[in-house]
Ligand binder design. Structure first.
Ligand SMILES: [Zn+2]
Length: 214
């Protein structure tokens, strides 16, 4: 059994690297996990000792084949639990992420696989994240990079950080929402949903990935 924190690190590297094969800088890991550079460095050495990652000085970490296998398994468990929580237990999508953070470490693989079968083997989590073994690629265009006038639907929220999910939920912006871009400014993006205008600070606009309709 791996410790919970090892699983969290592997899952974070997998998520941050998504769609590309470049090393993940330790500064991104530190930002994503909210740990100091020193503890990140210590953990990376530990993971390297267990042959789960390769660390290249000044560049970052990459998963080894074994690290990749374990990371995929933990991300799969996380996203299947999220689906179960939203689809079967009616938890809001922002809370599901936080609950799944705990369940992903507790449930054996067998339980996750049966749960997946019960749910009809979903391909995406409620936030649009592909469930391994679905390919780990980024789809859609980032909201903050779309021109005013563009209309699209939210197909992905990434990164999934609890505070950001809660803020989006509070603003009434959910996965599948259709948005029209009203204005792009360095500090914020203004969108229209139904007839309502919503101002999204850059931190939130940078998490929404849209499939553009027009
Ligand atoms: Zn998710």
């Amino acid at each position: 059994m791996l410790g919970q924190s090892i699983e969290d690190y592997l899952g974070a590297i997998f998520r941050l690297r998504e769609g590309k094969s470049a090393p993940v800088p330790l500064s991104s890991l530190s930002e994503h996990l909210g740990f100091s550079a020193v503890s990140i460095h210590e953990m990376v050495q530990k993971l390297e000792g267990q042959q789960l990652v390769n660390y290249q000085r000044y560049r970052g970490v990459m998963l080894t084949a074994e690290g990749e296998r374990l990371a995929q398994a933990v991300v799969r468990r996380h996203r299947i639990w999220e689906r179960f929580l939203t689809d079967m237990l009616d938890f809001p999508w922002d809370e599901a992420h936080i609950l799944a953070e705990r369940l992903e470490h507790a449930a054996p693989q067998e339980v996750t696989d049966r749960l997946a079968a019960l749910l009809g083997n979903p391909e995406e989590c409620p936030h649009g994240g592909p469930i391994p073994p679905q390919p780990n690629t980024q789809r859609g265009q980032l909201l903050s990079q779309l021109p005013p006038g563009a209309i699209g639907s939210v197909i992905r929220i990434r990164p999934e950080l609890p505070e950001l999910l809660q803020e989006l939920h509070a603003l009434g912006i959910a996965p599948h929402a259709q948005l029209r871009i009203v204005a792009q400014m360095p500090q914020e993006t203004v969108v229209q949903r139904d007839r309502q205008e919503i101002r999204l600070p850059a931190a939130l606009a940078g998490t929404l990935w849209l499939r553009v309709d027009v």
